[in-house]
Design a protein around this ligand. Structure first.
Ligand SMILES: *Cc1c(COP(=O)(O)O)cnc(C)c1O
Length: 495
């Protein structure tokens, strides 16, 4: 199976090349030339397998240049008990009314980014070997919080890679900062930037496009790479949990074979819900794919009207990982629904770059609306949703998850479709303590790690071990830089 670019379908690559390159040279995103179908009976067979075994089954359908033995080794390393605090890896929590919550935050950093970023480093490191690359990949990341820590934890001590993360000095939460500056591993670096997230991001982009730096680094045996969510190696591991949730529901006798299940996903960059779409294409009986936005509702508007318009006010919300106006992974969906029309995708993306908006045609809109439903959830509703789940179902959810829970309820009320449904939980409530405390009627009285204890006392829910241990860990990284000197930090790091 070959991989091609959403903007030029004549370019063909092996999986290893696509993963190594990350982004295609024409600016497009890589995707497999066709989505493989599950074999008859394969879902039922997988129902009795472990999560790691399911990962091998699914990923091997996409990665012909990787052996099953290789994939099994990566799955064991990525999703083993040293990394995930639940043997089911992505367990389902059953609630009232045929609704289940898919907990994607049992990994080392307590956010769903771990599901992909525990696997990507293994795929990348192997891809370097398979493509005969001798240089070391240096992953450069600008982070607003979750991605940086998950990437550090995923790449730590992985062969032939180094990682350097820049975070805005005053732009991450105290817990997020502590998670990063105490990072362990021999190939990791962390530096704060005096400025905001945009400053850090602009600095990283500038370094990526600087030929002189590239040449210098190449002479030293390095090349720069990225771990952001447009890499196919991040989308693929996410398909696994949508297959896995269906297997679990079957195995637990919660659904009958072939019965459809609706899925609701809190969405930012459209990576997570895109994986659900691929799982459905593979033959997993998923029903409506429900796209949940916070008040940055550019996707909700798009799915209702066919107009994608990023010219709008940007809101900073209590679900910051969804504060996004350009959902990069949507490009892959547009490619699929246009029947692989690369010229059409190019045209949308050119309009987005030039005018900040584009409109899809009637036929495409119909296909989108057949597959997806969309809704948004404001700040006050986010808090009341957390409150209601805690009071009525004794279940504590974070702010991002609450957006999904709320939009799923909107969908059920407005459409009357009461099929079994799953909403994705993308972060532990302990990552967003102060808002969660506020939601359950407690006044936060401390800062950072102190709030962990307070939320624990108020809710009785166990603190994830790694978050609880944060306060006792040694701070390893204190470096800070002006934004114009970020390139020097990179050159010093890669001596
Ligand atoms: C990244 C993230 C999201 C958004 O996921 P996308 O794949 O970008 O749509 C939602 N919730 C949390 C907690 C996240 O970290």
């Amino acid at each position: 199976m070959h991989y091609l670019s959403t903007r030029d379908r004549t370019l063909r690559y092996t999986a290893a090349e696509a993963i190594k390159q990350g982004l295609s040279r024409d600016g497009g995103l890589f995707l497999p030339e066709e989505i493989p179908a599950l074999r008859a009976g394969q879902l039922e067979k997988m129902a009795s397998m472990s999560y790691q075994e399911r990962a091998v089954e699914i990923m091997s359908l996409y990665l012909e240049d990787f052996s099953r033995e290789e994939l099994a080794a990566y799955a064991a390393a990525a999703y083993g008990p040293e990394k995930f605090d639940d043997p089911a890896v992505a367990p389902l929590h059953t609630l009232e009314g045929d609704v289940h919550c898919l907990e994607l935050w049992h990994g080392p950093t307590s956010a769903f980014k771990d599901m992909a970023l525990q696997m990507l480093p293994h795929l990348l490191s192997a891809s370097l070997k398979k493509t005969g690359e001798h240089k070391t990949a240096c992953i450069l990341v600008a982070t607003s919080g979750d991605t940086g820590k998950a990437a550090l934890e995923g790449f730590r001590d992985v062969d032939q890679t180094k990682i350097l993360v820049f975070y805005p000095k005053d732009g991450v939460s105290p817990v997020q900062k502590l998670q990063m500056v105490t990072q362990e591993g021999g190939n990791v670096g962390v530096c704060s930037v005096i400025g905001n997230f945009d400053d850090a991001q602009t600095g990283v982009k500038r370094i990526f496009s600087d030929e002189a730096i590239r040449d210098t680094l190449a002479q030293r045996g390095y090349f720069l790479s990225s771990a952001n969510s447009i890499n196919w190696g991040r989308v693929l591991p996410q398909i696994v949990y949508y297959v896995s949730l269906y297997c679990d529901l079957l195995h637990q006798g919660k659904i009958n074979q072939g019965e459809r299940v609706n899925v609701c996903v809190p969405t930012g960059n459209f990576g997570n819900i895109l994986a659900a779409y691929y799982a459905k294409c593979m033959g997993v009986p998923l029903g409506t794919l429900i796209c949940a936005s916070n008040c940055n509702d550019v996707l909700t508007e798009f799915l209702w009207t066919g107009v994608y318009n990023r010219n709008r006010v940007f809101h900073t919300t209590m679900s910051p990982s969804m504060d996004i106006l350009i959902s990069s992974n949507l490009e892959r969906l547009l490619f699929a629904l246009s029947g692989g029309d690369d010229a059409q995708v190019r045209s949308y993306m050119e309009q987005l770059a030039a005018e900040g908006k584009y409109r899809v045609g009637g036929e495409m809109l119909k296909k989108l609306q057949d597959l997806f439903w969309a809704g948004s959830c404001g700040e006050a509703e986010t808090l009341t949703t957390i409150h209601r789940y805690f009071e009525e179902q004794n279940y504590l959810i974070d702010t991002h998850t609450a957006v999904a829970a709320n939009v799923l309820a909107q969908y059920r009320t407005e459409t009357g479709d009461m099929r079994p449904a799953v909403f994705a939980s993308t972060a532990s409530p302990y990552k967003f303590c102060s808002h969660v405390l506020e939601a359950i009627g407690e006044e936060p009285w401390g800062e950072g790690v102190e709030l962990l204890e307070q939320l624990n006392e108020a809710s009785g829910v166990k603190i994830p071990e790694r978050l609880a241990a944060l306060g006792r860990k040694e701070v390893r990284f204190t470096q800070s830089t002006e934004k114009q000197n970020m390139d020097q930090v990179v050159l010093d790091y890669l001596k």
